[in-house]
Design a protein around this ligand. Structure first.
Ligand SMILES: O=C(O)CCC(=O)C(=O)O
Length: 386
């Protein structure tokens, strides 16, 4: 029985009325479970955070940006590069999110990681749990993640890009001890490791291209931000969202902002990602575009740019009939990175809006909330706002 582990405690869920107005995405069938389902209450979102999987306002998609000017030689000499930099800057400022095409990542690489991911999540639970991530090693398989203290309807597999990765041993500010983290791989699926390593290499190339464009769009030198990534803590996540009997009550990933520098996301053709539109706070469904990657700026770009660009809240809906796969690459700097508004971007008229903070400690503190329901709000960059 497919839903056995999601349904260990019973609860009555409210009847949900379906409004057929203005569909801009495929309508989901209403599961027989959704009128009176039996779902573990840990998954149920508070009323104000519930998605509306069957109703949505018609909305423009996030900007779609063609990166082909980057492949002209020499790119620096072309007008089209200037236009591209302006497009990136506008997208970062107005949306915090955009999609890219002609990005240079071979489609074979994406097919390979998608196929290996599907094989991995199809393994029996006891196989996947042999490589469970935990509070000591956050890399591996996990199926009880919480976002904003509500359980996500998903299974994940995390791996680090630079293996081993060095991070602080604890979130305690005065504890200077470091620890070394290593990836865990499934014993009988060597292709997962191969696919993740190939994907990581391609994502890194794309991430540096985007970082250069973002730096230029802020009026900085193209390589101004590259130095932060020498001992990077970037990671790949495989998100698997099983079909959910009550997609109107749960989320695959609850609303959140990404704490790092940039995220590059591959989503399959099912769709589910929603982005909070800056202008009016509406949740906008990101329609899947074949072979595109979705990019969002994270909290660190918000701080570096002294809020010229903002990290935007997003979430993932689940589907009553279809499973969904998404693969984010989180581009993160070395643990010892001190994050503060860049000196070139502040002045008397635009004084720093954030106190500096240590990325490794921030990340270690944030991660604690992934493993258990905490009584306090998880750490956010707003806590460093001056
Ligand atoms: O699945 C998605 O579309 C979004 C995933 C996400 O935001 C995350 O894993 O942090």
């Amino acid at each position: 029985m497919k839903y056995e582990w999601w349904t260990s405690f019973s609860t009555l869920v409210n009847h949900y009325s379906i409004n057929n107005a203005n569909f801009s995405r495929p309508k989901q069938a209403v599961s027989k479970f959704s009128a009176m389902g039996e779902v573990n209450p840990e998954f149920i979102q508070a009323l104000e955070h519930r998605p509306k999987p069957d109703t949505t306002i018609e909305a423009e998609n996030i900007p779609l940006i063609d990166l082909s000017p980057l492949h002209n030689t020499p790119p620096e000499k072309t007008d089209s590069l200037e236009n591209l930099v302006a497009e990136i800057g506008n997208a970062c400022q107005n949306w915090g999110f955009f999609q890219v095409i002609n990005h240079g990542v071979p489609s074979k690489c994406r097919e390979k990681i998608e196929s290996a991911s599907r094989k991995f999540f199809a393994l029996p639970k006891q196989e996947k749990r042999k490589i469970s991530r935990n509070e000591i090693n956050p890399y591996g398989y996990y199926d009880t993640e919480h976002t904003k203290n509500v359980r996500d309807w998903k299974e994940v597999f995390d791996c680090t890009v630079q293996n081993p990765t060095i991070i602080p041993a604890s979130h305690e500010p005065d504890d200077m001890e470091l620890k070394e983290l290593n990836n865990q791989w499934p014993e009988n699926l060597p292709e997962l490791r191969e696919a993740c390593e190939e994907h990581a290499a391609e994502m890194e190339k794309l991430a540096f291209k985007l970082l250069g464009l973002i730096a230029l769009s802020l009026g900085l030198k193209k390589d101004r931000l590259n130095g932060f990534f020498k001992d990077q803590t970037s990671r790949i996540r495989l998100n698997y969202y099983p079909p959910c009997p009550v997609p109107h009550l749960t989320l695959g990933v609850g609303r959140h902002k990404d704490a790092g520098v940039l995220t590059i996301l591959a989503q399959d053709d099912v769709g589910g990602l929603e982005v909070k539109r800056k202008t009016d706070g509406e949740w906008i469904f990101v329609k899947p575009t074949p072979d595109a990657y979705i990019i969002n700026v994270g909290d660190m770009i918000q701080v570096w740019s002294n809020e010229k660009y903002e990290s935007i809240e997003h979430r993932a809906m689940v589907n009553s009939e279809k499973e969904r796969l998404s693969i984010p690459y989180f581009f993160n700097p070395a643990h010892y990175t001190w994050v503060e508004p860049l000196e070139e971007l502040i002045n008397e008229q635009n004084p720093p809006k954030y106190k500096g903070y240590n990325w490794g400690k921030f990340f270690a503190t944030r991660n604690r909330g992934n493993f258990k329901k905490l009584d306090v709000e998880n750490i956010q960059i707003s806590h460093f706002r001056i």
